[in-house]
Structures are given as C-alpha cells and as structure tokens.
Design a protein around this ligand. Structure first.
Ligand code: IMP
Length: 201
C-alpha cells in the first residue's frame, strides 16, 4: 500500500512530503501515476472540492490510500469570501496581485479589529473511493493595510500575523511551512498514521 498525494502542484507536494517525512508508508505523487485525471473544482465547500480532487484517483487506485486537499482564504468582514473562489477571485484574468488588490479595496477604511481572516485547508484521506478521514487546518490572522513581502504565493503578502508583526510573505518559507493551514492539517494526518501504525504493530 502506498500514500498517493492528489495534487499536480509540485510546490505543494514538496511541502507535504517534507511534513510527512518519517511515516512508514511510501509517498508518491499523482503526477507520477500512469492514469491522468481532469478535475473540475466546482464544489461549494473546501471539503467538496477536496473530495472531487481525490475520489477519482482513489477509485482508480483502490489498493492505495489517497490524500487530497483544498484550501483558500476566508475573510470575516466579507462573510467568508473569497472561500472556494480564492484562486480566481478577481475574475477570468486573475493574478495573485489582482486578487490581493481586490481584497484590500473591499476592506478600505475598515479597522484592524474587523479585518480578521483565516487560511483554511480541508484535507481528506480516501481508500477505494471511501472517505476514511477528514482533517481541517487553519491559520488565523488579519488582512493587512498594504501588500508586503515576496515569499510564498497567493494571499501571503496581505495576510498579517500579529505574533510576528509581519505578513506571511515576509516570513521565510521554512517558518510558514511550520505554521500554515496546510502544515497543521498534514501534521494531524502524520499523527493519525502513527496512531494506526502503533495499533497495527
Ligand atoms: P488551492 O485550490 O488549494 O490550490 O488554493 C486556492 C487558492 O487559495 C490559491 O490559488 C491561493 O489564492 C489561495 N491559497 C491557498 N493556500 C494559500 C497559502 O498558503 N497562501 C496564500 N494563498 C493561499
């Protein structure tokens, strides 16, 4: 049995492999599989999208475990937006910069207290198309007043962490990868594997 990571994003895969280092089951990427998958991420929740990404792979490789995730930004003042629309929030010709500017504009004149936001990652683990574990990871912070920093991607330059007095994009990547929503979710998965392993031993 292997653990397939249902992502085509090499950056995410590196991050995930790094976090899961030490688990006793071989980890392989979706990109290295013979079969290819075309997935529409049109779910209404991160959970739905995570299952959409993961289920076809799990049904095609029934003897393996498959883990997949969907993530994005939720802004309290915007009632949870952009949520599942995080990637293309500024429209068809979206860029990370345009997405960030749109959020900053929507929060113009809004005080820090009301700028609460969180990155949310929903991770699912499936076997033969059946859900066996759902894990959520969150990173709480605030939307900054301006874009700052060059590390990371997406909304990192406008996501402010009071504890560090910095945006996520101003933090070194190895620091982000210890505290991010994805890191939290995959660390819980790692813990889950160690529990099952101890139980099986
Ligand atoms: P995905 O579907 O998990 O790839 O993420 C959808 C979108 O959420 C990305 O295109 C980013 O805009 C945003 N996002 C997810 N994770 C992060 C993160 O760690 N930092 C900044 N933005 C993120």
């Amino acid at each position: 049995m292997r653990l397939i990571i249902a992502t085509e994003n090499e950056g995410k895969l590196r991050e995930i492999k790094h976090i899961l280092k030490g688990i006793k089951i071989p980890i392989i990427s979706q990109a290295s599989l013979d079969k290819k998958f075309h997935i529409k991420e049109n779910g209404k929740t991160f959970f739905e999208n995570a299952v959409k990404k993961t289920k076809p792979v799990s049904l095609a490789y029934k003897n393996d475990l498959v883990a997949g995730e969907d993530s994005g930004l939720e802004v309290e003042y915007l009632h949870g937006a952009p949520g599942v629309y995080s990637k293309r929030y500024s429209g068809k010709n979206w860029t990370y910069e345009k997405n960030n500017l749109k959020i900053l504009k929507e929060l113009q004149g809004i005080t820090q207290k009301k700028r609460k936001a969180s990155f949310h990652c929903c991770l699912v683990l499936l076997k033969a198309g059946k859900l066996i574990k759902k894990i959520d990871g969150r990173l709480n912070g605030y939307i900054s007043y301006e874009s700052k920093g060059t590390h990371g991607f997406g909304y990192d330059p406008i996501f402010y962490l009071p504890k560090y007095r910095k945006t996520v994009a101003e933090l070194p990547l190895n620091v982000k990868n210890k505290l991010s929503h994805r890191a939290k979710a995959f660390l819980k998965l790692k813990n889950y594997f160690s529990i099952i392993r101890n139980y099986e031993d």
